[in-house]
Write a protein that binds this ligand. Structure first.
Ligand code: NAD
Length: 555
């Protein structure tokens, strides 16, 4: 059943590579108190465990009680990571069966706090760190990784972690968290994933002065030295893990766009902050159109922020509109941006390259509310990383202009959100179609309950990665993200929409990822990018390769 370079889906019964205490201390093999009596006798662990043989359900109950009993979310995160270090299968079972509760702990918003405090709460290393001191021998560092069948690498240089800025080596929590979502949301086997931090230093003074900081305590590498390190890293990955997809993660935008452009046609890689965000947001906009009745091609979008997320979303909207027959110029003309200074328009002389295609003719405008009044957008999309940008006045104005204003406050973590779900619903008198980057609880307003959508990239990147890996695609293309966005939107049911929800329930994510993975793999086959033979039933094949968190029987 296994394809060549498979996702490492192993048989139900295996012969473990360790026995005795070594077996109990191996998080991949360990089953804790769930080892059967025969296994305990055969594998030399009799007496090393308390006598009761637990079922996985009993173990899960214990874990959930412990996690929930912690004093705060950071401690819940620490408890979960400790479980991952002890018993990987149980960790994934707990996470996958309780995604609504666990996702905010292992990813945004709590992972942000965990990153900020990385050096202070550090217990065990996870992933690979590469610094300028390894220059010339990055291949050797990659060889230190214990697994050979690496299929997905998430790599950061820690310069723009969530909306938190430069966290240097502390950013490692992000590749770790994202890869755990590849497994939990799409079933990519954990042993096929590799988190990497390119620790090129940090410019955050607080970290440079923190005696417990664990990264290189130097200012960031820039220019040629930086580029050479990234280049050596990419070349080394191609040699040591030739079938690995590289996901660029949380790079600051001055590097993110450059790196994406430099490598997207050379190696199998993508940038989730640009392309994954774009797809999940486009999907939300397609679904919103089902609620507002205003077709995508009749909308006007105003972005608060003009960085990686904003430009990535706009570029994909342009592709989507072009696919609907709108000209490129017209499509771009529907996307407007305000950055930290002013409206992005043609008289500005200070624009970075990525903003220039959207610098339309317009007189200067310096504030967001004035821009809304002048441009009359149907949708406002907050990707500024700055809290509170969507004021009461602004949302009231959007509600005056539109029967159903589309308000996406995507900045992470929660504290950075441009507005809260409650504010969006209350200030629009219950008419907003709202989505956020970090989750908000349901809101009851005037007797109605609104379940807002979380524009979580986890709806997209794990499924895209799964499809790329199953097909052995040599590249990741924009078409794949476009197809992923449409597939995600098609998974939103009428019941979801009736509650105001423009994304499927999180508990559906594994199912949705399988369908996205299939659609993405189809693109790889159709475009001649696949290196794996195409199976007769692709969707079934994709599902058969998905990891399931169940214990294997040891013989
Ligand atoms: P970025 O640093 O590339 O861009 C930030 C942009 O915001 C810049 O153009 C900056 O000029 C602008 N900005 C700053 N202050 C502003 C202000 N007061 N008014 C208007 N614009 C302002 O960052 P990014 O990668 O684009 O991410 C931005 C935010 O989006 C982050 O908070 C991130 O967490 C969030 N994000 C959310 C998702 C998601 O929900 N799925 C995905 C990716 C990013």
């Amino acid at each position: 059943m296994l394809a060549p370079r498979s996702l490492d889906v192993a048989e139900d019964t295996i012969r473990p590579s360790a026995t005795g205490m070594t077996l109990l201390q191996d998080p991949v093999l360990n089953k804790g108190s769930a080892f059967s009596r025969e296994e305990r006798a055969r594998l030399g662990i009799d007496g090393l465990l308390p006598p009761h043989v637990s079922t996985m359900d009993e173990q899960m109950k214990r874990v959930l009680a412990n996690v929930r009993g912690q004093a705060d979310d950071l401690q819940r995160y620490t408890e979960l990571i400790a479980l991952l270090d002890r018993n990987e299968t149980l960790f994934y079972r707990v996470v996958m069966e309780n995604l609504d509760e666990m996702m905010p702990l292992i990813y945004t918003p709590v992972v942000g706090k965990a990153c900020q405090l990385y050096g202070h709460i550090f217990r065990r290393p996870r992933g690979l760190f590469i610094t300028r001191h390894e220059k010339g021998r990055i291949r050797d560092v990659l060889r230190h990784w214990p697994h050979r069948n690496v299929r997905v690498i998430v790599v950061t240089d820690g310069e723009r972690i969530l909306g938190l800025g430069d966290l240097g080596a502390n950013g490692m929590g992000i590749p770790v968290g994202k890869l755990s979502l590849y497994t939990a949301c799409a079933g990519v086997h954990p042993s096929c994933t590799l988190p990497i931090t390119l620790d090129v230093g940090t410019n955050a003074q607080s970290l440079l002065e923190d005696p417990l900081y664990l990264g290189v305590q130097e200012k960031r590498l820039v220019g040629r030295e930086y580029d050479e390190l990234v280049e050596e890293f990419v070349t080394a990955v191609q040699e040591i893990f030739p079938h690995a997809l590289i996901q660029w993660e949380d790079f600051a935008n001055h590097n993110a766009f450059r790196i994406l452009e430099k490598y997207r046609d050379r190696v199998c890689s993508f940038n989730d902050d640009i392309q994954g965000t774009a797809a999940v947001t486009l999907s939300g906009l397609i679904s919103s159109a089902r609620l507002t009745g205003v077709a995508l091609k009749d909308q006007r979008f105003l972005f608060c922020g003009a960085g990686e997320a904003a430009i990535g979303i706009a570029d994909l909207i342009v592709s989507a509109l072009k696919a609907e027959g709108v000209s490129e110029a017209d499509a771009r003309g529907r996307c407007w941006f305000i950055d930290s200074k002013a409206l992005v328009e043609s008289t500005r002389k200070d624009l970075q390259d990525h903003k220039k295609p959207y610098a339309h003719k317009h007189a200067p405008v310096t504030d967001l509310l004035a821009a809304v009044k002048e441009l009359k957008p149907t949708s406002i999309i907050g990707v500024s990383g700055k809290q509170g940008q969507f004021t009461k006045e602004l949302i009231e104005e959007m509600a005056r202009l539109n029967k159903r204003p589309v308000i996406f406050a995507l900045s992470n973590p929660t504290d950075n959100s441009e507005c809260t779900a409650r504010q969006a619903y209350e200030w629009s008198d219950g008419r907003a179609v709202f989505a956020s980057g970090s989750p908000f609880p349901p809101v009851t307003y005037k007797g109605a309950t609104f379940v807002s959508g979380q524009g979580n990239n986890a709806y997209i990147f794990p499924g895209v990665g799964l499809g790329v890996v199953v097909a052995g695609s040599s590249r990741v293309t924009d078409e794949m993200f476009f197809v992923a966005a449409k597939t995600l939107s098609a998974a939103v049911t009428k019941e979801d929409l009736d509650q105001g929800r423009i994304y499927p329930a999180l508990q559906m994510i594994n199912e949705v990822s399988a369908v996205i993975g299939t659609a993405v793999a189809e693109v790889a086959y159709a475009r001649g990018l696949a290196t794996e033979a195409k199976p007769a039933d692709l969707e079934r094949h994709v599902r058969s390769l998905q990891y399931k968190p169940v214990y294997k029987k040891y013989v």
